[in-house]
Ligand binder design. Sequence first.
Ligand code: MN
Length: 352
Amino acid sequence: MRLGLGLGQRMLTPDNFRFARQMGCTDIVAHLTDYTEPVIDLARHEEMYTLESMLRLKEQMIAEGLAFHAIENFCPAHWYDVLLDGPRRGEQMERLKTIVRSAGRAGIPVVGYNFSIAGVWGLTNEAAARGRARTAVFHNPDQTPIPQGTVWNFVYDPGAPESYVAPIAEEQLWDRVERFLREIIPVAEEAGVIMAAHPDDPPLPTVRGTARLVYKPDYYRRLLDLYPSPSNKLEFCMGTTAEMTEGSVYEAITDYGRDIGYIHFRNVKGKVPHYDEVFLDEGDIDMIRALRLCKRSGFDGVLIPDHTPMTQCAAPWHAGMAYALGYMRAAITMIEREEASERAAGKEANTP
Ligand SMILES: [Mn+2]
């Protein structure tokens, strides 16, 4: 198993790559979309998702001793009509295929995506983690409908008429993701890229009048079965899976270990409709047990910290990540040593 760091678009800098390497990372998962802008800057995002931009970033990572493991998420502006089944769906599917082909040509093994209309929604920031660290919490499901011209909390069309996105039923959404997979997975196979699906966070059946895709562990299987392929995998989020009301995160790891593209390693207290994101060692998940199960169920890829509580110091995000990465580095080492000694003991027992 390898340790990676996920970086937002504006954090894709040589300094942060060096920080990742110093923390023991070998891989970077890059967000090419800037989520801090309320209205999507189309030209900037067109540029970020080109082959040239991917190669430039990869070169900067290599210069710091890192691999470009994955792109996390398409930009909402690139595929809103794929999600909403709108008039520009065909042209946007072609755009997504170009992005996947570019990732393949740049030698980036994974493209993560989140097939969601409402996106990550309803989380607020509170001093809810250990030592009153500020962190994301979900306490009050806000169900106000989504304004037209918006998907995933981002405004792609500021000039859209003043009305709302019509309610979307679960079967409609599954039909849309099936069409998406039928078109994108063959392209991903040819490009040598793995498409990795993130579950819906928060994992509720509906948010803002729109159905959610993977909000229970069984639906990971439903998604994989739509188009079985080595290129159809999961961006397995431990935090989101633990927030689900059905099943357990341990069972899910055992069931899907071999179908995981990469892992979001995050802990949480509580489940929908009330949970707090917390430090790795203070939540409901026994993260060591979870990681051991990942290894035993056949996962041998990259794990990254997901979000982290902000620590009380001059570098709240970096210190939070350093804490998470140190914890993960130690856990990986421990579990790999355990396995090596079990293998050695097994060999001894088999010697006549
Ligand atoms: Mn996640």
